[in-house]
Design a protein. Structure first.
Ligand SMILES: N=C(N)NCCC[C@H](NC(=O)CCC(=O)O)C(=O)O
Length: 444
């Protein structure tokens, strides 16, 4: 039996825009109101997916959500035809209006937490969509995310889907961005590391004061319980509140792991030494802990370049490759750090740079764009094959983007009622391409 770690990347939606919606996310705030290009954003994402497919990895596609979210506006009391709802909301409350237009579901590292069948009590792959309660625009995602995941991972013999956690900040859950699975091999039992920013029910514990800690310890524990993980196969680690204050709004902005490698910044965690010792002891496999010292790369430089928001993937020959954004190549500090890293005695042997600038401007690097699912042959065979990248699907999706996406979008363009029509036409066709069925509210 073979085992894989598949990456399911979020397809950028037709309303991709920069609205400055994420307090605590430096890039989102500093690029607010810039003009975006949904077409080139979607194509940059597709190029990365195709490149990983060409590297011999299993690559999948996760569909975006329906935006503008007219249903959310109706829940908030805006009435009339869809066009009237959009125009009255835009005039009455542009900030709420922009929030319901965000294409933020593209960052599928926040779509869900996924546990491999080798780790779970019932031997199935478990999925819990993230509730994303900390940001209104992201809290609109979990229901449709759950439906899309169920349409992709349908077979109940292999896949178990949970409802997202209660929609309250006490159980704020941001999904796989704060979760990393370590293992010797993808098919063997691993240890799942859950990283949280604060305790919800204990105010005496450390927490950031300025920027929000989006993930709570209680949420992480609830997901581990739902997935049937044992104490022996989990480690709960708190993020250093000081890095949250510097723009590390998810742990995947400051650390990335794969198999028995953890690549992380010196300041990423609290109680680092004891927690990493616990991880290694539970995994019972020697770990490569690659710690980047502050004196070599500051937290600010790491946040600016997203050197940890990288994908660490294992090729068939066993070599690990870092998939990094071009911002890392453009930084003399980070580029030379990587040059030195690949010459050292660790499994990481190469760095490949990708232009995902359209996503980076909203604080989303290569790692944000993908959801990892470790699977064996039988599980992979049970996945909806229309969602698995191939040369043909790459061509098909590129021409789909060409025929439906705009070249440019400013925040004012979001109020154009035609954008809703275009978006729904695009998504309707997409559900046929990816064979998802009627997952969107407008289709039900
Ligand atoms: N680190 C990971 N895994 N994901 C990145 C998510 C970026 C996203 N940005 C936004 O939602 C900005 C949207 C705007 O400002 O228009 C967020 O902050 O939740």
């Amino acid at each position: 039996m073979k085992h894989y770690e598949a990456n399911f990347d979020g397809l950028v939606g037709p309303t991709h825009n920069y609205a400055g919606l994420s307090y605590g996310n430096v890039a989102s705030l500093s690029n607010a109101r810039s003009v975006s290009s949904p077409r080139s954003a979607a194509k940059q994402g597709l190029k990365k997916m195709k490149a990983l497919h060409d590297m011999g990895l299993v690559q999948g596609v996760l569909a975006p959500q329906e935006r503008p979210d007219v249903y959310a506006l109706r829940r908030l009391g805006f009435q009339g035809t869809d066009a009237q709802v959009l125009s009255t909301a835009y005039k009455a409350s542009p900030a709420i209006f922009q929030a319901v237009c965000s294409a933020s579901s593209m960052w599928t590292a926040n779509a869900a937490t996924v546990s491999a069948s080798a780790d779970t009590a019932d031997g199935r792959v478990h999925f819990t969509p993230a509730n994303l309660t900390n940001k209104f625009h992201r809290s609109l995602e979990p229901e449709v995310t759950g439906r899309i995941l169920q349409a992709m991972f349908k077979n109940p013999d292999y896949f178990q889907h949970h409802t997202h956690l209660p929609d309250n900040e006490h159980f704020g859950d941001e999904g796989a961005a704060n979760h990393t699975r370590f293992c010797q091999d993808y098919g063997l039992e691993g240890v799942e590391m859950f990283v949280y920013g604060r305790y919800a029910f204990d105010g005496s514990k450390p927490a950031p004061k300025k920027y929000p800690a989006r993930q709570t310890r209680e949420a992480s524990e609830a997901v581990a319980r739902l997935h049937g993980l044992t104490d022996a196969s989990t480690v709960f680690v708190q993020q250093n509140p000081e890095v949250i204050e510097q723009g590390v709004f998810h742990n995947d902005v400051i650390a990335v792991g794969n198999q028995n490698v953890l690549f992380y910044h010196q300041e990423a965690f609290l109680n680092t030494e004891a927690k990493l010792a616990e991880l290694e002891q539970k995994l019972q496999v020697p770990m490569h802990f690659i710690e980047v010292p502050t004196e070599q790369v500051s937290v600010a430089e790491a946040v600016k370049t997203y050197m940890f928001n990288t994908q660490l993937v294992t090729l068939e020959n066993g070599r690990m490759v870092i998939i990094a954004p071009t911002e890392c190549e453009e930084s003399a500090i980070v580029r030379s750090y990587f040059e030195e890293l690949v010459s050292k005695d660790t499994p990481i042997k190469e760095v490949r740079y990708f232009d995902v600038k359209q996503s980076m401007r909203n604080g989303g690097g290569p790692a944000c764009l993908r959801l990892r699912v470790a699977m064996n042959d039988a599980e992979l065979g049970a996945v909806n094959q229309a969602c698995i990248m191939s040369d043909a699907l790459f061509e098909r999706l590129n021409s789909w983007v060409d025929s439906h996406y705009r070249d440019e979008l400013s925040t004012a363009d979001l109020a154009d009622p035609q954008l809703l029509v275009e978006s729904r036409e695009a998504l309707d066709e997409l559900t046929q391409i990816l064979q998802l069925g009627s997952v969107y509210p407008f289709q039900r």
